[in-house]
Design a binder for this molecule. Structure first.
Ligand SMILES: Cc1cc2nc3c(=O)[nH]c(=O)nc-3n(C[C@H](O)[C@H](O)[C@H](O)COP(=O)(O)OP(=O)(O)OC[C@H]3O[C@@H](n4cnc5c(N)ncnc54)[C@H](O)[C@@H]3O)c2cc1C
Length: 318
């Protein structure tokens, strides 16, 4: 089988967990198909970070200050050239804001199919992927028409630790010249942190749309106080203005890894899971037994959060 090519994302001088997950996934695929794994890292700091991608057989290093840590036009152009030149059967990008900027341009330019929201890829009988639909409520198997494709992988598709470990891939410099670069990377703006940094907390109580109204947040706050944890939330709560932006967990919010993450009325959409699935213990309270949050929860209770909250608060305070 032809090669597997990975786009290795890096931010703030760190290779992201999503990139290590892709290496782990590619290694699994390579073991079953005999393919070799190539990981491309592009932009400022690529040269000094490349050694971390040793789980790949070849690390394609595109050091470039001009492209900054990320530049949608520049990174997409360089990565697309790699796909054109090296003709990988499987191209893996993380399903992140950066990854989708790259994947959509690469697919449109190379005319390869782009399969998004992927949980896993299979190369045993042609190329196929298991994908999430409808915010994670449905999983489907997608068969690729043809023998090459780009897959945008959801967070958690493989173990980041497996992708981090071992390997001694060889490094190869790649061409990073992009004619008529019209975008310049200036600096990364991170969400402002207020009085509480939920990313640094060991226990979080996270509320979702199941809380129904702003008036009910007080009851959730009482439970959080009894536990000794701050409130975090899914995006709809923030969009309503019921809690500040620095409490949002997920794709367009913060990534948290507390020891305990208690969710109240959160469905578990992929964009939310992206920000909390690496929590040590996830406890989900949801009235819908089919809610996707139960797919990642270590403990769960199917029921009404308005029964659960006062009961637990009373027990903790009593
Ligand atoms: C580009 C993009 C970025 C996004 N970024 C984020 C992000 O950073 N973070 C994020 O969270 N979302 C994000 N989203 C939104 C995401 O897709 C979901 O819409 C959102 O996570 C859903 O929030 P929720 O689970 O609170 O609400 P819902 O999906 O509406 O789920 C509410 C849940 O509450 C349960 N429920 C209702 N009543 C009760 C009750 N009385 N007791 C118990 N359970 C009850 C229901 O069964 C349901 O499962 C993003 C979306 C996009 C497109």
């Amino acid at each position: 089988m032809a090669n597997i090519l990975i786009y290795a994302e890096h931010l703030n001088g760190q290779v992201t967990d999503a990139s290590f997950e892709l290496i782990a996934l590619a290694r699994q695929l390579a073991d079953s198909t005999g393919a070799s794994v190539e990981a491309a890292i592009i932009g400022t700091g690529a040269g000094s970070l490349a050694y971390q991608l040793g789980g790949a057989d070849t690390i394609l290093v595109g050091e470039s200050n001009e492209l900054g840590e990320f530049n949608p036009q520049g990174h997409a152009a360089v990565f697309t050239d790699l796909i054109t030149d090296r003709k990988p059967a499987i191209t893996l990008v993380p399903y992140t804001s950066i990854g989708m900027d790259i994947a959509s341009v690469a697919a449109a330019t190379t005319d390869l199919p782009l399969v998004s929201y992927c949980l896993g890829v299979n190369a045993d009988d042609g190329l196929s992927a298991t994908c999430q639909l409808y915010g994670g409520k449905v999983e489907v198997d997608v068969q690729v028409d043809g023998d090459r494709a780009i897959f945008a992988m959801l967070s958690g598709c493989a173990s980041a630790d497996d992708g981090r470990s071992g390997g001694a891939g060889s490094e190869e410099s790649i061409d990073v010249s992009v004619p008529e670069l019209g975008i310049e990377f200036l600096y990364l703006t991170e969400p402002e942190t207020g009085d509480i940094d939920i990313a640094a907390e060991e226990v979080l109580v996270a509320i979702g749309r199941g809380i129904e109204s702003e008036d009910n947040i007080e009851e959730a706050q009482e439970l959080a106080d009894a536990i000794g944890a701050p409130l975090a939330a899914s995006r709809p709560i923030i969009d309503q203005g019921w809690l500040p932006k620095d409490r949002q967990v997920g794709k367009s919010g913060l990534t948290v890894k507390p020891k305990i993450y208690l969710t109240l009325g959160i469905s578990g959409a992929p964009e939310h899971l992206e920000g909390m699935r690496d929590s040590a213990i996830i406890i989900a309270i949801n009235s819908d037994p089919q809610a996707p949050i139960f797919g990642v929860a270590h403990y769960g209770w199917v029921g009404d959060l308005f029964d659960f909250m006062p009961e637990l608060t009373d027990r903790l305070e009593g």
